[in-house]
Design a protein around this ligand. Structure first.
Ligand SMILES: O=C1O[C@H](COP(=O)(O)O)[C@@H](O)[C@H](O)[C@H]1O
Length: 232
């Protein structure tokens, strides 16, 4: 599928433009289907974008927000993507949105993933918007190089849903939507910042094995066009 590269002079300019793009896509989804869905990434990159989007005038009660991936940690952990979203996105006007977490306080991560799959199945699919990030190792969502269930997560034969992942570079066990659940989002964005991430992207765009840099699966065979948003 195609990719487009949108470069901005600063993270603040990127946040404004991306929030504008996402707000328009969510409003279009609400007009067309009565509600809209937004799956967002965690990590350090999206904070400014979240803060900007949270102030947009959207019919937020009709928006369902979930996470692309999550660590198996409770929402009070500073490693929690749920916490990041609660503190930065579900604020201001966006406080009225409906949030569906991936983490559940289950006995183990497999049970949490099963519960997350059931609850997120109620969100209309495909997602109206999915915002992916990318780590310095070329992971996206929790598709980590060397991940315990990487080939299953990336396989087009694996249905939509949430599965577990463990990997050396991942820290805690992870919960992640499968490739099938993310790659056909009506608006599919890869949001990265910094020169080092641009270099990682360029490496991913060159030849090489998908499992070495799982972002390649998205760049090469996502069902939807990938809009890359980058700032230094
Ligand atoms: O582990 C994660 O990392 C990636 C990238 O995070 P960043 O801190 O380098 O921006 C993120 O997209 C993913 O959601 C998160 O769980």
């Amino acid at each position: 599928m195609s990719t487009t590269f949108n470069a901005f002079a600063s993270g603040a300019e990127l946040a404004e433009a991306l929030a504008e793009r996402v707000a328009a896509a969510l409003s279009a989804g609400i007009t067309a289907r009565g509600g809209a869905s937004l799956a967002v990434s965690g990590g350090s990159t999206p904070k400014a974008f979240f803060a900007t989007l949270s102030k947009h005038d959207i019919d937020w009660p009709k928006v369902t927000v979930t996470l692309v991936d999550e660590r198996f940690v409770s929402p009070d952990s500073d490693r929690s993507n749920h916490r990041l979203v609660a503190e930065n996105l579900l604020q201001n006007n966006a406080a009225a949105a409906h949030f569906v977490p991936l983490y559940h306080p289950a006995e183990d991560v497999e049970i949490a993933a099963a519960e997350a799959s059931i609850e997120t199945a109620a969100i209309g699919q495909p997602f109206d918007v999915a915002i992916l990030g990318m780590g310095g190792d070329g992971h996206t969502a929790s598709f980590f190089p060397g991940g315990s269930r990487l080939s299953e997560a990336l396989s087009p034969d694996t249905p939509r849903g949430v599965i577990t992942m463990t990997a050396e570079g991942a820290g805690e066990p992870r919960l992640t939507f499968t490739f099938s659940a993310l790659s056909d989002a009506r608006l599919l964005v890869l949001h990265i910042e910094g020169d080092s991430k641009k270099a990682v992207l360029e490496k991913a765009q060159a030849e090489g094995d998908e499992t070495d840099m799982p972002i390649r699966a998205v760049l090469r065979r996502a069902a939807s066009p990938v809009e890359i948003y980058w700032a230094p």
